[in-house]
Structures are given as structure tokens and as C-alpha cells.
Design a protein around this ligand. Structure first.
Ligand code: FPP
Length: 223
């Protein structure tokens, strides 16, 4: 299963405690660790996390720099754990505007974890889904089929989770979410636990996916 998460609510989590927003992001990084650890046992083989959107560059420079530092620290601290746990880490999004040391770290982590087969962890950094669709269309040329574009854009998402009560896609995996089940939770990202992830996966399994067709089981057919 491919699960994707819009990790939202770090700022509100910090505000409620009278802490700087960076403290929310730091605690959010701990939630990332928990989530990555819990995912494989819940049947998740690919996990895409929205860590920094193209729009996030408009945040105050201090917050952007705190986020970049945090990402660097995460990569430094987690690489060995990723290798031990069979996690293959990969970044998606633009790299040319990220700080050079972070790009170097990303490449090193991608290289070192390349053999992981338990979980494909994709971190969306300086990411815009519309941009990724435009790029794929340019590369594929005018006569490209849906399948060819899909192969360039990325794997379909089965389950999309957004935390903090917001119910938007915010330019995240728009093409890939064509048939995704959407689960919104009021939980703020720093408070997100393995149990919350398990609950979202259970919600996914309880839904009937018809992909536009009709159900095979008449007892479950809805109007
Ligand atoms: C949204 O909360 C969160 C982000 C913009 C950044 C996500 C980053 C992390 C979870 C931490 C580091 C990530 C990794 C992979 C180690 P917000 O700041 O928009 O919250 P708000 O809507 O309450 O203001």
C-alpha cells in the first residue's frame, strides 16, 4: 500500500504551548520517526511525507532555515536506522533551491539506503505536484499516454492522510491521488502516533474501493 501524509499542525501545536514554531517542527520530526517505524507492519510499503512545499519558501527566513536544519539533522541521525530497518529513503521535488549541504546529505542517504526493501520512504522537499505534472508532460512529449505520464510522475496513492483538521490537498500528489481514499484527522502532527496511523489504515480497509465501477458484492452496493 502507498500511504501519503500531509503533516500539518506543527505551528498550532507550538502556539498552544507558547513555544516558537520551530519547537513544533522539532516535535514533528519525532512523529516522523514513529510513523516510519510503524508503517511497514501496517502493510505500508511506500510512504510519502510532505516535508516542505514549494509554497513554504514564503515563510519567514528563520523558520525556513530551522526546517532545513531539522531535515539535515534527521538525515544524519536516521540513516543508520533506515539501513537497519530496510528503509529506502528518496527525496522528491526540486533540489536546486535547497541548501547545498542538505542536497549532499540527501544524496548520501539515498545512496546508503538504496538496498532497503521493507519501506520506500519518499520525502517531498521543495515539492509542487502541478510542477511535477508539467515536468512529466514536457519529458513525455505531446502524444504521451496516461500510463507513460503515470510512470514519470510516480506511484498511485492508496491512502492520503492529512492531520490538524484541514481538508485540502495543497498541491500534493494531485495526479497520484486520483483514486486515493482520503482520511482527515483533527490530531496535530506532533501528536500523531502509531495508533493514529493504524486507525487511518483500518479506515482505509473499511472502505469499498470501486474505481468508478460497481461493487461485486450486491449486499454492499450503495445507491
Ligand atoms: C506543517 O505545519 C508542517 C510543515 C510545513 C513542515 C513539516 C515538517 C516536519 C514534520 C518536521 C521535519 C520533517 C522531517 C521529515 C524530519 P505548519 O507549520 O503549517 O502548522 P500550522 O498549520 O499549525 O501553522
Amino acid at each position: 500500500m502507498h500511504a501519503a501524509i500531509i503533516m500539518d499542525g506543527n505551528g498550532r501545536w507550538a502556539n498552544r504551548r507558547g513555544l516558537p514554531r520551530a519547537a513544533g517542527h522539532r516535535t514533528g520530526a519525532a512523529a516522523v520517526r514513529r510513523t516510519v517505524e510503524a508503517a511497514p507492519d501496517l502493510g505500508i510499503s511506500t510512504l510519502t511525507l510532505y516535508a516542505f512545499s514549494e509554497d513554504n519558501w514564503s515563510r519567514p527566513p528563520r523558520e525556513v532555515s530551522a526546517l532545513m536544519k531539522l531535515l539535515g539533522r534527521y538525515l544524519t541521525q536516521e540513516t543508520s536506522r533506515c539501513i537497519a530497518n530496510g528503509v529506502r529513503l528518496q527525496a522528491i521535488g526540486r533540489r536546486d533551491r535547497l541548501p547545498a549541504p542538505l542536497v549532499a546529505l540527501l544524496e548520501e542517504t539515498e545512496h546508503k539506503t538504496a538496498g532497503g526493501t521493507r519501506l520506500h520512504l519518499r520525502l517531498a522537499l521543495d515539492y509542487s505536484s502541478r510542477q511535477s505534472i508539467v515536468e512529466a508532460a514536457r519529458r513525455a512529449g505531446g502524444t504521451a499516454t496516461e500510463q507513460q505520464l503515470s510512470a514519470l510522475i510516480g506511484p498511485d496513492v492508496d491512502l492520503l492522510i492529512r492531520t490538524s483538521g484541514e481538508q485540502r490537498l495543497s498541491d500534493f500528489l494531485l495526479w497520484e491521488c486520483a483514486y486515493a481514499e482520503l482520511v482527515f484527522t483533527p490530531r496535530l502532527w506532533p501528536d500523531f502516533t502509531a495508533q493514529d496511523l493504524a486507525q487511518a489504515v483500518a479506515e482505509f480497509h473499511s472502505r469499498e474501493r470501486r474505481f468508478g465501477g460497481v461493487t461485486a458484492d450486491p449486499a454492499r452496493r450503495t445507491a
